[in-house]
Design a protein around this ligand. Sequence first.
Ligand code: SF4
Length: 243
Amino acid sequence: MRLRDKHGRDITDLRVSITDRCNYKCVYCRTGNEGAVYSELPFADYLRMVRIFVGLGIEKVRLTGGEPLLRGGIVEFVRSIAQLRTLSGETPDIAVTTNGHLLADMAQPLKDAGLRRATISMDAVDAEKFARITRVANGFNNVLAGIRAAKRAGLEPVKVNCVLLRGFNENQVVEFARFSREEGVVVRFIERLQRARRQHGSSSICPEAAQRSVREAARNRATTPLSPRPCRPSGGSSPASRP
Ligand code: SF4
C-alpha cells in the first residue's frame, strides 16, 4: 500500500520534528515566544515511525524542530534512517532544516552519516538585524560558519530561507541576492503560517513583494545579473513556511 492524497497523488515527503526546543527566540515564532511546548519522543520511536512511512512510499525525510541540531543523537538517527530502503530500493533522501547555529561542527558528521541536503533559516545578512529578529546576540557569525561548513561538506544545494518582516529586515532583499551569489546558496523568501501571523503580530512581506524588489534592483543594476523567477503558487508542496 502507498500513501496517496485525495487527488490520488503519491505522498513521498515526510517532515519529522524531533524537538520543539530552540536556541533562538525569533520574534514571529511560537517556539521563540513560548519555548518548547511539545515533548520529545525517544529516537527509537521516531525511527519506527519513519520506517513505517518509508514502507508506505516515503522517499524524502526532512528533520526539523524547533532546532533539530540541539537534539543529542541526531547523527546516529540520520545514520539509522540512511540504512532504510524506499519501495524502489533506494536510500531515503535525508535533509535537515536548521537555524545553522550549531552546523559548523556538525555538517561533516551529518554528511558522513547520510544527510544529503541542508536548509538554513536566516532572516538577515546583517549581524545587528539578525540579532534583533532572533533575540540572540552574536548568532550571525555562527550561522554564516554553518552555511559555509554545509557547502564544504557537500550538503547541496544549500538553501537559505528568509522571512521578510516589516520593520526588521524588509530592506535586505538585494543584500540577500548578493549573498546568494557570493556564497553559492539558494535564497528563498518565505511566508509565515497564517496561525503564527495571528498569534504573534509583526507582519511578514509576501514573496511576490520580495520578487518585485529583486526585479527593481536588477533594473537598476544594483546587483547583476539577477533574474526573478515565478513564485510557487500558495498551497503547493513547498516546505517554505515558518511556524
Ligand atoms: S523560527 Fe526557527 S530558529 Fe527561530 S525561534 Fe522558531 S524554531 Fe527557532
